[in-house]
Structure formats: structure tokens, C-alpha cells
Design a binder for this molecule. Structure first.
Ligand code: 9MR
Length: 457
């Protein structure tokens, strides 16, 4: 990150100057003096975000605060299932695209919220169950993550799947009733569709070490141990008048599993403690090196879903509240995310840009990784060019009886049942010797016995 490099350079100059003047100093103090949330967070290698309703972007007070103070946005509602797939198979991205454009024009990253959730499902999905719902849900993940591919910093792949109360188990929902593996199926489909996005699990009432957060912790630990692609956990943090004493310790125990953590929907009940709680949450995040950002769930008090709670950082006229000052001070006082240790300069000579290989005589090979559930599957196929490279490739698979391909990415399918052939698309056909590319497809029925064979041209 450039700003981190700039910060490091500034610190180096300061230290050099101090040593030249015969002073001693240490680098433990990282206090800075940013004057906006976004600048102060960025100086510490983090983002500071807000939930946005795109209809308000044309309100000047709102847009002025958003653009000045925040460097990350999340759609409060416009990327949810009911908004993006109002009828099955008919996708609508108007609000989401508008938010992405606004973010890109204003140097903001975008959090995607949320691919699957038991609430705000379109009516057609609410009425579905079993493998029909599972297939529809995975198709939704694939389509939406593909549409926004390359534009989303982090996706809330699954939202609020755990039960409140002391069970520590999953919440009952139509999605849960498709089988306990629905969450991992969603994460695998999201990874296949947008390999560059961080994939998060997001929930509320997880503000300390409690039965619910421990249930989620156990799921994340299991996913990490089995290679299910999860990168981050979001802690919504819709807070009342006190903060759990082990809030930071809870973030830290997740970080210790090897995932990033983020505060994703912060708002706090108004009252004497509001400003203190906002400050304490910010300090907790700053003290956890894998806490990469904070998002507040709206801009001004009157933008909040919590109505008269006045739960945010700006009043309805756009004035900064005491809570704002506490957050800004905590960002400025906190440590920066440690930068990666400097990597050694490469010793190998830089590789030449790929040149057009001669017509392939060395063939190609293909292998498949399958994510299956009762009634459906997602196949990710790795194509490796042989010694002569490829100008194009074609992969054949024979599906089990009754199975059919419903969706393909990074290749073009011919046929959908029996023997199906997948041909490269224009950007991934030319491979140098040994070079690898991936494509994927989703199917209904059984994925058993899929053995891809590759032919190069
Ligand atoms: O703020 C959102 C509100 O406008 C919607 O009506 C509501 C519908 O369920 O969802 C709100 O956002 C929720 C978020 O998507 C998930 N976590 C809880 C948030 C507050 O309810």
C-alpha cells in the first residue's frame, strides 16, 4: 500500500533526524494526527466504512460527509438477494453498480453484503426448499459474485446463520434445512466466482466470548482445518449501553485462527456511554493486528435503521458528535497494522511476458476439484498446458446419468448432459508451457465420476 510506504518513509526520516541530533527514540509510538476517519484509518493500514443507501448519494450533506470521512462502503440493502435476483434467474444490479461506481470515483473499497441470508430473500426463494433451494442459492452466489468480480474487497458470503441464545448452533432456516454444508458450499462457489475477494462470515450478538461466537469460532476453525475458503469474520456490533469486557479478546481469538476480522455494522445506543463505547470498539480493533477495518451502519443518526436511538457518529444536520471525536482519537492513537517483512529481491531473472506458443503438440491435462451436496455440485477444473503450450483447449467430461450443467464460468460449454465439452474463452486459451488456468461449472444431480480430459490446439 502506497500510504503505508509513505508512512514508513516519513518515520525513517524522523528517526534519522532524531539520531543525527543525538537523541534516542523508539518506534513504539505510532500516534498520528489525521483529521478524517478515512485518513486516520488509512495511516494505520485500515479502512473506515459506512453503510450506504444509494438513494441518498444525491443529498449533498450526506454525500459530503461520506466522501470526506469514509474510504469503504457497503450497500445497506441493495446487494441483498431480494434486490439482486427479484425473480429467479433475473438479476438486477442497478443499486449495487451505482454504489461501486461511486466508490471507484471516490477512492473507496466496497464490502459486498450479503450473498446468502435467511432474511431479505425474494419471495420465490422463501417458498423453496431442498435441493431446488440449494441449487438456486449456489447459483445466486455464483452469479452475483461473478457480476461484481474484481470490484469487491470483502464479501459477506453468509450472514447471520447462527442461533441466538445458549445453543451455539445454527439458526433454523430454509437454507439450513438444505443441509449443514450449505455454508461451505456458498464459500466455495464464491471463491470460484471471484478469487480476488476476501470471503467473510458475518453475524451479530458476537460481541464477546459467548455461546454464539464460540459456535462460529468452531465453524471457522473447522473450515480452516479442511481448506474451506474463508478469509474473514465480520462482527456486526449493533451495541447497547455497555460493551463486553472481552470484546477485544474475542476478536483476537478469531484472528489467531488465521482469519482477518472486521467490525462490520457498528452502531451504539445513545446515552452517556455512547461516545465511550465507540472509542472502546475502535481501540479494540486497533489493538488486534488482523482487525483490518471498521464500518458504521449508516452516516447520520437519521440514516440509521435504529431510528430514535441516534446510534451513529453524525447528527441529522451532519455535525460530528462526541462519539466521532473518540473514534478519530482512537484511530490516531492506535498502532498500525504491521507491514509485511521486507521480501528479498528476486534472485531469478524476471520471466518474459508469455509469448505465443507454437501450435500445441505437447497437449494439456485437466484435473477437477468437486464441491458436492445432495442434488448438486460445483466443479472447478484446472487446465495445465503441456510442454508446447496451447493456443486453445477443450475439456470433455462425462456426467453421471441425470446430471446436467446449469452454469459455466471462464469457459464455454457445449451440451449440458452426457458428455459436455468446455472450450476456452478468449482470454484463457493461450497458455505457455506448464501454465495453468481454471474454469468452473455448476450442475444439478450427482457430480460423481467426473474425470476431465484435455485436448490442446
Ligand atoms: O439497515 C437495514 C434495513 O434498512 C433493512 O430494512 C433491514 C432488513 O432486514 O436490514 C438492515 O440491515 C441489517 C443487515 O443487513 C444485517 N444485520 C442487521 C442489520 C440491521 O437490521
Amino acid at each position: 500500500m502506497n500510504h503505508r510506504r509513505a508512512l514508513r518513509a516519513a518515520v525513517t526520516i524522523a528517526v534519522t533526524g532524531a539520531l543525527a541530533a543525538g537523541m534516542t527514540m523508539t518506534l513504539t509510538s505510532t500516534a498520528s494526527a489525521g483529521t478524517t476517519l478515512r485518513a486516520s484509518a488509512a495511516e494505520k493500514g485500515r479502512y473506515f466504512g459506512a453503510a450506504v443507501a444509494t438513494g441518498k448519494l444525491s443529498t449533498s450533506v450526506y454525500a459530503t460527509i461520506l466522501n470526506r470521512e469514509f474510504n469503504s462502503v457497503v450497500a445497506e440493502n441493495e446487494m441483498k438477494w431480494d434486490a439482486t435476483e427479484p425473480q429467479q434467474g433475473r438479476f438486477s444490479y442497478t443499486g449495487g453498480d451505482r454504489l461501486v461506481s461511486h466508490a471507484q470515483a471516490n477512492g473507496m473499497s466496497v464490502r459486498g453484503h450479503a450473498l446468502l441470508w435467511h432474511q431479505q430473500q425474494p419471495g420465490w426463494a422463501q417458498g423453496m426448499s431442498g435441493s431446488a433451494l440449494r441449487n438456486a442459492a449456489i447459483n445466486h452466489v455464483t452469479q452475483v459474485a461473478t457480476h461484481f468480480r474484481g470490484k469487491i474487497h470483502s464479501w459477506d458470503v453468509v450472514n447471520e446463520a447462527f442461533a441466538d441464545g445458549g445453543s451455539g448452533g445454527r439458526r433454523d432456516s430454509n437454507l439450513q434445512r438444505t443441509g449443514n454444508d450449505w455454508i461451505e458450499a456458498a464459500f466455495r462457489a464464491a471463491r470460484a466466482a471471484d478469487p480476488g475477494a476476501k470471503l467473510c462470515y458475518n453475524d451479530y450478538n458476537t460481541d464477546g466470548i459467548n455461546a454464539k461466537s464460540t459456535g462460529i469460532y468452531n465453524m471457522v476453525r473447522d473450515f480452516k482445518s479442511r481448506g474451506v475458503p474463508i478469509d474473514c469474520v465480520g462482527f456486526q456490533s449493533h451495541l447497547g449501553t455497555s460493551l463486553a469486557g472481552d470484546y477485544q479478546a474475542n476478536l483476537q481469538r478469531f484472528a489467531d485462527l488465521g482469519v482477518d476480522v472486521q467490525i462490520t455494522e457498528l452502531d451504539v445506543m445513545t446515552g452517556g456511554n455512547q461516545a465511550n463505547i465507540f472509542g472502546a470498539v475502535t481501540r479494540a480493533c486497533m489493538n488486534v493486528s488482523r482487525c483490518t477495518g471498521i464500518t458504521v451502519w449508516g452516516v447520520r443518526d437519521c440514516d440509521s435503521w435504529r431510528g430514535s436511538d441516534n446510534a451513529l457518529l453524525f447528527d441529522c444536520n451532519g455535525n460530528k458528535k462526541a462519539a466521532y471525536t473518540n473514534v478519530l482519537n482512537a484511530l490516531n492513537a492506535g498502532p498500525a497494522i504491521p507491514t509485511d517483512p521486507p521480501t528479498d529481491p528476486p534472485t531469478d531473472p524476471p520471466t518474459d511476458p508469455p509469448t505465443t506458443p507454437p501450435p500445441g503438440t505437447g497437449g494439456c491435462s485437466a484435473s477437477v476439484s468437486l464441491n458436492s451436496w445432495t442434488g448438486g455440485f460445483v466443479a472447478t477444473v484446472k487446465v495445465t498446458a503441456g510442454s508446447a503450450g496451447t493456443n486453445g483447449w477443450n475439456v470433455g467430461v462425462t456426467l453421471a446419468s441425470g446430471a446436467s450443467v446449469t452454469n459455466t464460468w471462464s469457459a464455454t460449454a457445449s451440451g449440458s448432459t452426457g458428455t459436455v465439452r468446455f472450450t476456452n474463452v478468449d482470454y484463457n486459451g493461450r497458455l505457455g508451457a506448464g501454465q495453468v488456468t481454471e474454469f468452473g461449472f455448476q450442475g444439478t444431480g450427482s457430480g460423481a465420476g467426473i474425470t476431465p480430459t484435455c485436448t490442446a490446439s
